[in-house]
Design a binder for this molecule. Structure first.
Ligand SMILES: Cc1cc2nc3c(=O)[nH]c(=O)nc-3n(C[C@H](O)[C@H](O)[C@H](O)COP(=O)(O)O)c2cc1C
Length: 567
């Protein structure tokens, strides 16, 4: 359907408009309020906690080599287009892409409990996101659709493409490229968080998107989100619509298609694919039965309804987002000649901050700078739309900046509309020393430690760090004019902001934590926002961490037998 036809349907009050209404209603009903949290289970059903690892029994498995220790690309080089020579597409580089994006980064142990952490973070460490690869024939690997199992660092060959089917695939992928697919199992998050969990699944998908784009950059590759395909096209490609393969798992254990990325040597655009995914049926032979994740489930109808309302139809590809004039990278890259592969695996959420350590304004501004899109720079070049998520910052301890409330616009075009929506008594002062291209404004000089803690569900991580922030999305108009599925995309963008901040914090020698629990309207009230033009979609905090000495850290893959790498 053309964009024009979609508009007409919206105007006529048919399906898409009802979907928009349902998406906005889901958002409203899943707000946390100071006096009432969104609906969640009264207690955690530990005996039916979902398995964090999906497997497909009967699908041939390919053990991948662990090669990240040998990848020395400095993190700082990822932001200099052309600095990393593209690696060839082969089993080892596919293994690296997954190891550095969705792979395990450590195990934590406390008394008798052990749990895995991954390069991509997840609300409550529940990991709803599953990863797939659609690969042409490579030495040691047949063509097909593969599911990635992070626990075992292995690919399961869900669909084998042989002969003409393999040739068809080869004809549809630009040379040296492949597809990465993402899906979500909402139940994994809903088990703990109830109705609000659908938001967290989208955040996590955004983190995963960014993690894949960063890992691609470490291999000298690009990665771009294919924005045109429908969810149904994606489900067909990844085999998520094959009821027979999910028959042993309850409906709640199924996977919902999220996104596909084209990955390979730059430059890449969605149009680099010669044929849209909808016209891709590849044939091939499917194998594998999805494992059940929980013996029983709580129903969360609000999530099912939100998922239904925000499913994506096929759409025309978006026009390439006009790249803003690339501002000079006048700020020092964060203290990072460290290998990107070290940084990705070192990324962790801080459990607590020390409430003392300040960071330098230079480091703070460098982090904000990395939130701006630039051509061929990860992760923002993976998206085809200009920034729609901005930040309201609680600055607590940044040397050289007065503590207070700040606003960071990632795109100048939002300024007038945003300014028209917020309180009139805000100062909108430019902090002294802030480079021109960083649209940072001081709205108020204020000690916001208590306010930020309270707004973040009383969590001291929001007040004990150097700064925390709420992500302000250009919300109602985007969803009304674009379609209900933009609800998901806005959360993805917010999740990507989170991933940038996690890595930048590590690079600067401090640490970040995503904050999904916050009182939505309490933050809006601080800015004087009413209505749904702008909505707060995610919080984040950065500071000097205090570790919990009771936890033991174990290596990510000590439990696996070594797999030889390429000769
Ligand atoms: C979307 C999202 C929301 C989160 N919300 C919170 C939060 O409200 N409070 C908190 O302490 N940690 C929060 N976290 C951090 C997770 O608990 C953490 O990512 C997870 O336990 C895995 O640990 P890791 O990040 O060290 O890999 C959040 C993370 C994500 C991705």
């Amino acid at each position: 359907m053309s964009e024009r036809a979609a508009d007409l349907e919206l105007d006529a009050g048919m399906g898409p408009r009802e979907d928009v209404r349902r998406a906005l209603a889901y958002h409203e009903r899943t707000k946390h309020h100071l006096d009432r949290y969104a609906r969640s289970p009264a207690f955690l059903g530990w005996d039916y906690q979902p398995d964090p690892f999906r497997t497909f029994e009967g699908a041939p498995a390919v053990a991948l080599p662990l090669l990240a220790d040998g990848l020395t690309t400095p993190f700082a080089d990822l932001f200099r287009p052309g600095a990393v020579a593209p690696r060839p597409l082969e089993l080892g580089t596919v293994a690296l892409l997954f190891e550095l994006s969705l792979g395990l980064s450590a195990w934590k142990q406390y008394r008798g409990d052990r749990w895995a952490l991954r390069c991509n973070p997840s609300s409550g460490n529940l990991h709803p996101t599953e990863g797939y690869a659609v690969l042409p024939v490579l030495p040691g690997l047949g063509a097909g659709v593969y599911h990635y199992v992070s626990r075992d660092h292995r690919l399961e060959r869900r669909c084998a493409l042989e002969g003409p089917a393999a040739e068809r695939l080869a004809g549809r992928l630009p040379s040296g490229t492949f597809l990465v697919g993402l899906s979500s199992i909402h139940w994994r998050e809903a088990w703990k968080y109830g109705e609000r969990a659908y938001r967290y699944c989208q955040h996590d998908a955004g983190h995963a998107l960014a993690a894949i784009r960063y890992a691609a950059a470490a291999l000298g590759w690009s990665a771009v989100l294919l924005d045109a395909p429908s969810d149904a096209d994606l489900a067909a490609l990844l085999g998520l619509d094959r009821p027979e393969d999910f028959a042993g798992a309850a409906p709640a254990d199924r996977e919902h298609p999220d996104a596909a990325l084209l990955v390979g040597p730059p430059p890449l655009r969605p149009e680099s694919l010669p044929l849209p995914l909808a016209d891709w049926p590849l044939g091939g032979t499917w194998a594998g039965r999805a494992n059940p994740l929980s013996p029983s489930h709580d129903p969360w109808a609000a999530i099912d309804e939100a998922a239904e309302a925000t499913r994506k139809p096929a759409t025309p590809p978006l026009e390439a987002a006009p790249q803003p004039p690339s501002p000079p990278l006048s700020l020092p890259a964060p203290a990072s000649r460290l290998p990107a592969s070290t940084l990705f695996r070192r990324r962790r959420s801080a459990l607590a901050f020390d409430g003392r350590t300040a960071i330098e304004a230079e480091a703070f501004l460098a982090m904000l700078d990395r939130l701006l899109p630039r051509p061929d720079v990860p992760p923002w070049d993976a998206l085809t739309w200009p920034p729609k998520v901005h930040a309201g910052l609680f600055v607590h301890r940044v040397r050289g900046l007065v503590p207070g409330f700040y606003l960071f616009e990632r795109d100048a075009s939002v300024h007038d509309r945003l300014r028209a929506e917020v309180r009139e008594d805000l100062a909108w002062e430019r902090p002294p020393g802030c480079p021109d291209h960083l649209r940072l404004f001081r709205l108020a000089r204020q000690d916001l430690r208590d306010a930020s803690r309270i707004i973040s569900c009383h969590q001291t991580v929001a007040s004990h760090g150097a700064f925390s922030l709420g992500m302000i999305a250009d919300f109602g108009d985007t969803i009304r004019s674009g379609g209900a599925w933009w609800y998901r995309r806005l959360f993805w963008e917010a999740g990507m902001l989170g991933q940038v901040l996690y890595l930048e914090a590590e690079a600067a020698g401090v640490r970040g934590t995503g904050i999904g629990c916050y009182f939505d309207d309490a933050f809006h009230d601080l800015l004087g926002l009413s209505g749904d033009r702008f909505q707060d979609l995610y919080h984040f905090t950065v500071g000097a961490p205090v570790d919990d000495p009771r936890l033991t850290t174990l290596p990510p893959y000590g439990h696996l037998d070594p797999v030889p790498g390429p000769a």
